[in-house]
Design a protein around this ligand. Structure first.
Ligand SMILES: [Zn+2]
Length: 260
């Protein structure tokens, strides 16, 4: 104790001498904490102003398949049975809106799967969870809030308005959310996602509907699972069909034919 007291008494002058060193150490610590642009020491740094942040190009919609916002806020900040999970946003049944991860960061919502050529969906997307138990319909207030959020995200982050999919679309062998009751047509009427024409066109001779499913973005590792996900999204039905029917083909032709 005495030694400490002596040290602290004598430390006044020493402290004065130490101060510039402490300031330097403090500044070094601050510098280390800020995210300086990473530069490769192998190359000469010749900065260009012509760049911007890498951004999401896809929005993935989920249903929490839980009973309340409170339960889901806890899960999305901790873990579920499969490990640590999160999403950028959670929309409550009354339209209340929560953000858990910044738009520019990679939330852990998608898991394995793909959409078109996007194989790391978490790295390329914004994840939105909807408070829904997987059985009930989605409330008008919740969908209205979601549409406002989609408008904000697509405008601010420059995400194409067609690039909005279900979790089940990109992971058809594992997922069913946000369920067959999700109102995709209402979203499309508001200008988000894809939806076929009201009067479906006849398919031309030789039209390859399975290829159209692939072109749309569905992973085709398990074709029957892709068909189930497609029917859930575009026909609002749970189906055990192993093959596409004529109605599926007309919807797929409408969705994938060149704009006229
Ligand atoms: Zn999901």
């Amino acid at each position: 104790m005495r030694k400490l007291a002596n040290g602290s008494r004598g430390g006044c002058n020493a402290g004065m001498r130490m101060r510039p060193l402490l300031v330097l150490l403090f500044l070094l610590a601050i510098t280390a904490c800020t995210h300086a642009p990473s530069r490769n020491p192998m190359a000469q740094w010749v900065p260009s102003a012509n760049h911007n942040a890498r951004q999401a190009i896809l929005i993935v919609l989920h249903a929490t398949e839980q009973e309340s916002v409170e339960e889901s806020l806890l899960t999305l900040r901790t873990r579920n049975s499969g490990g640590r999970v999160s999403a950028h946003y959670l929309v409550g049944r009354k339209g209340d809106l929560y953000q858990l991860v910044s738009d520019e960061h990679r939330a852990w919502h998608a898991g394995g799967g793909r959409w078109g050529t996007i194989t790391d969906v978490n790295a390329s997307s914004i994840g939105i969870e909807l408070d829904n138990n997987g059985v009930d319909p989605f409330s008008p207030a919740q969908i209205a809030s979601l549409i406002r959020l989609l408008d904000d995200l697509c405008t601010r982050l420059d995400i194409p308005r067609t690039q909005i999919i279900a979790h089940a679309d990109m992971a058809p062998t594992r997922k069913r959310d946000p369920s067959r009751l999700f109102p995709w047509k209402q979203l499309a009427d508001a200008g988000f996602g894809r939806w076929p024409e009201a009067v479906l066109p006849e398919t031309p001779a030789g039209f390859d509907a399975m290829q159209a499913l692939r072109v749309l973005g569905y992973p085709m590792d398990d074709p029957a699972a892709a068909i189930r996900a497609f029917r859930r999204h575009f026909r609002g039905m749970e189906s055990e069909a192993e093959a596409l029917d004529a109605n599926d083909a007309r919807i797929l032709f409408s969705l994938t034919r060149p704009a006229r």
